[in-house]
Design a protein around this ligand. Structure first.
Ligand code: ADE
Length: 225
């Protein structure tokens, strides 16, 4: 998989890609991540990338030209499955979107900054708009990092025990059951005995029961579907 991230501030998201699971995915050659700065595509002598909004109002808008040039230069080299804009008014990211995107080959992620990007970019170039929740970040960079992480960890071979990602919360549409590790007893707090029993069918039954209980308690909306 190849991820091309268009951002004015690559330094905001470089570090999450250089540690842990994404780092390993890069080292295994399972994902390639590139950053592109619209400033490098500005024909303006001051390398201007943002301007005041037409009609007045506070906040700068990212200009159409540098972003379109950047997108077109990427598209001239390969086909992209989606050109995604990270924005609070996009569809809310969930596990099924992450699953779907993990089956693609090439993605462009556009990070807005300041007030956002010129609407003509959204109308004519963007194929999917994604939000990571109903709150406003300073820019799309952290949202892009969240999206990339949710996708890359699902790529075959990235997580050493492939079944691990399948047992995550949301993967079956419900929350994951509680998990424990050694010691079995710590200052009077014990691990549920069933998990120490070695009885795999019973353990699976217990986990499913706990998952449903937890989902009913914490996220009953997930059971509505
Ligand atoms: N940019 C600013 N806020 C955002 C959010 N909540 N999700 C995605 N991109 C954003």
């Amino acid at each position: 998989m190849r991820l091309d991230i268009i951002t004015l501030f690559p330094e905001l998201i470089e570090s999450p890609f250089n540690a842990s699971i994404i780092k390993r995915a890069k080292e295994f050659g399972l994902v390639k991540i590139f950053f592109h700065n619209p400033r490098d595509f500005s024909s303006n002598k001051f390398k201007q990338v943002d301007d005041y909004q037409y009609g007045g109002g506070a906040g700068m808008v990212m200009m159409i030209e540098p972003i379109v040039k950047c997108i077109k230069s990427l598209q001239s080299k390969r086909n992209y499955d989606q050109i995604i804009y990270l924005t609070p008014d996009g569809e809310t990211l969930n596990q099924s979107t992450a699953n779907r995107l993990s089956n693609t080959t090439n993605l462009i992620l556009l990070c807005g900054h300041y007030k956002g990007v010129d609407q003509r970019i959204r109308d004519n170039f963007i194929t999917q708009e994604i939000s990571i929740g109903d709150f406003v970040l300073s820019g799309g960079e952290l949202a892009a990092a969240v999206l990339c992480d949710s996708i890359v960890r699902l790529l075959p071979g990235v997580i050493s025990d492939g079944s691990s990602a399948l047992s995550d919360s949301f993967q079956d549409g419900i929350l994951a059951p509680p998990i424990y590790t050694r010691p079995a007893e710590y200052e009077g707090m014990s691990v549920p005995a069933i998990l120490l029993s070695g009885n795999t069918p019973k353990i699976e039954e217990w986990r499913e029961k706990k998952s449903i209980e937890l989902t009913k308690k914490l996220r009953p909306d997930l059971l509505d579907d």
